[in-house]
Design a binder for this molecule. Structure first.
Ligand code: UDP
Ligand code: MN
Length: 298
């Protein structure tokens, strides 16, 4: 069975949050990277072992989400309700909602050991600026209360909802999400930033996978490094009067090229129903909400 994943035997056997991984349960998909990080697909991990391990370590897991401007009314309530139902059930969880209108955050009844903090941020006139400003804000939050109370943190877009168990099997020091539209594309077609003047630039031949900025995670130290890197890259670009093609996502992809994630989540963890039916997608955990840009963007 190791033949499926010849370079990854070490991490395959020692990932505490997934138990003994079973990559051979999904022979039709890639279950490890060339640098030995597991790519977790449905039925390659044991959610019960993961749950016990997180309990044993007495972890607190943070979930950050931004809801600025019209994104708040449109998405936040369903996001939070579905997260309460499916995200890290039975663990200590802190939700961090960053918004320009703290008073409009819906009231939530949360289970024991779960709490919600609302953090004020300023609005931006362009949606791209809201999206990119998250890196700087997260960097600061990770250096403050969030970083003190959480061991691991997931940073998510608000325009999605949980539809299945999203538990400690997803935890690792640095977690990247395979982009559901691009996971089977040849590398030269991936929409990396190609303009060499940009801090996010990758040249032809660079890049491992195309990762989705709607979900990334890791331990606090790793995420401090990630958010610092991306915020700095964005600032350098701004000073040069340029902007990467996919904004914070381009910088995130550059970071993950330079600093390899230690776990990848399969597209089942952040799926878009618009793609249609795919045999390898067994159990979507998180689904994109329909893109209704006319309603939420200027
Ligand atoms: N966002 C927001 N208000 C805005 C623009 C963006 O709250 O005006 C946040 C929100 O969490 C959103 C994320 O930034 O999910 C990324 O933006 P968006 O989802 O529109 O980008 P896409 O997923 O289409 O690349
Ligand atoms: Mn989004």
């Amino acid at each position: 069975p190791m033949g499926i994943c010849p370079t990854a035997t070490t991490s395959l056997l020692t990932d505490n949050f997934t138990g003994i991984l079973r990559p051979w349960a999904r022979p039709e998909v890639l279950t490890c990277t060339s640098w030995g990080a597991p790519i977790i697909w449905d039925s390659t991990f044991d959610p019960h072992v993961a749950k016990q391990e997180a309990k044993r370590q007495n972890l607190t897991i943070g979930l950050t989400v931004f809801a600025v401007g019209r994104y708040l009314e449109k998405y936040l309530k369903r996001f939070l309700e579905s997260a309460e139902q499916h995200f890290m059930v039975d663990q200590s969880v802190v939700f961090y909602v960053f918004t320009d209108r703290p008073e409009a955050v819906p009231h939530m009844t949360l289970g024991p050991g779960r709490l919600l903090r609302v953090e004020p941020v300023q609005g931006e006139s362009r949606w791209q600026d809201v999206s990119m400003a998250r890196m700087r804000t997260l960097y600061e939050a990770l250096g403050g209360q969030l970083g003190q109370e959480a061991d691991y943190v997931f940073c998510l877009d608000v325009d999605q909802r949980f539809t299945g168990n999203f538990g400690p099997e997803a935890l690792a020091d640095l977690v990247a999400q395979l982009h559901s539209w691009h996971y089977h594309w040849p590398r030269w077609l991936l929409p990396y930033e190609r303009d060499k003047r940009s801090a996010a630039a990758l040249s032809w031949g660079e890049g491992d996978f195309y990762y989705h900025a709607a979900l990334f995670g890791g331990n606090v130290a790793a995420l401090r490094k990630l958010t610092a890197h991306c915020a700095l890259g964005q600032q350098l670009d701004r000073e040069r009067g340029i902007e990467a093609v996919w904004h914070d996502e381009s910088h995130l992809n550059k970071f993950f090229w330079l600093y390899k994630p230690t776990k990848l989540l399969s597209p089942e963890f952040c799926w878009d129903l618009q793609i249609g039916w795919r045999t390898e997608i067994h159990h979507p955990r998180l689904l994109w909400e329909p893109k209704e840009y006319a309603l939420v963007r200027n």
